[in-house]
Ligand binder design. Structure first.
Ligand SMILES: Nc1ncnc2c1ncn2[C@@H]1O[C@H](COP(=O)(O)OP(=O)(O)OP(=O)(O)O)[C@@H](O)[C@H]1O
Ligand SMILES: [Mg+2]
Length: 252
């Protein structure tokens, strides 16, 4: 079941090399409804990855609260899956062994693991690649494997930190539309960080723009374009106006 995410008045700091503290987030608040697809944009260093790490329970806020449904997050939870920019695959393991790693760690038997991978491969567009090694895959395929490793945990919330950052524009567009399909069929709540404003508007139900560090919400823009979305949406007037609202909030 998809669940809601609530960030309530959250501040976060990191220690600096000089022994001081740098404030990454300042009283950040937002709420994501169950099943929503929300993107987070903002200039480099404004605290986007920090926000994802907080929701994943990898770090703790200095003040404020993070909730997934009614559950207060203070440690990693199986309900929340996170994917970093780097696909982080293990080069010595095949595609099926990379995707099924979380199940292996949970002690699921190999036959069951591989059966679950087989079911996922077509959704990921990786049919026939179960036994390939990461070195034999393109960048886009590696990101699909990383997405598979996340999906196999059946999280209720998926946090994606610039999942397509390193890819060329065409692959990126294809993969992001594939991601929409996965989101739709798997019934998930998604929070994704991207630097690409077009991508943010094309995919999202809402785009949240963070201010410069320390980040707080500068704009929370609902995207009411009809679904399913299509790359040709990029050329509509409504699309252009949404993009320019995001750009203005970003001071571009
Ligand atoms: N591990 C860390 N140790 C110390 N300071 C950190 C650490 N991680 C982040 N910071 C600080 O917190 C701020 C926010 O970092 P964060 O990684 O959340 O930014 P971001 O919005 O994801 O940036 P980018 O778009 O470049 O990925 C940064 O400006 C940096 O100064
Ligand atoms: Mg980041």
């Amino acid at each position: 079941m998809p669940c809601s995410v609530t960030i309530n008045n959250v501040s976060a700091e990191y220690p600096t090399a000089q022994g001081g503290l740098v404030k990454a987030l300042d009283r950040l608040s937002f709420h994501i409804e169950p099943g929503e697809f929300v993107t987070l944009v903002g200039s480099s260093g404004c605290g986007k990855s920090t926000a994802l790490r907080l929701i994943a329970g990898l770090i703790h806020p200095t003040s404020g609260f993070v909730y997934v449904d009614q559950e207060r997050i203070n440690k990693p939870s199986l309900r929340v899956g996170i994917m970093f920019q780097d696909s982080n695959l293990m080069p010595w393991r095949t595609v099926q062994d990379n995707i099924s790693l979380p199940l292996e760690l949970r002690g699921v038997r190999r036959k069951e693991r591989y059966a679950q991978v087989e079911a996922l491969l077509p959704i990921l567009g990786l049919k026939g690649f179960a036994k390939a090694y990461p070195g034999q895959l393109s960048g886009g395929m590696s990101q699909r494997v990383a997405l598979g490793r996340l999906l196999i945990q059946q999280p209720d919330v998926m946090l994606l930190d610039e999942p397509f950052g390193a890819l060329d524009a065409l692959t990126r567009e294809r993969l992001s539309l594939d991601l929409l399909r996965v989101w739709h069929t798997q019934n998930l709540t998604v929070l994704m960080v991207t630097h690409d404003i077009n991508e943010a508007v094309l995919l999202s139900d809402r785009v949240i723009v963070l201010s410069q560090r320390p980040g707080h919400v500068k704009l929370d823009l609902p995207i009411s374009l009809a679904r399913p979305r299509h790359p040709s949406d990029l050329y509509s007037e409504a699309f252009g106006s949404l993009v320019s609202q995001v750009r203005t909030a970003l001071d571009l």
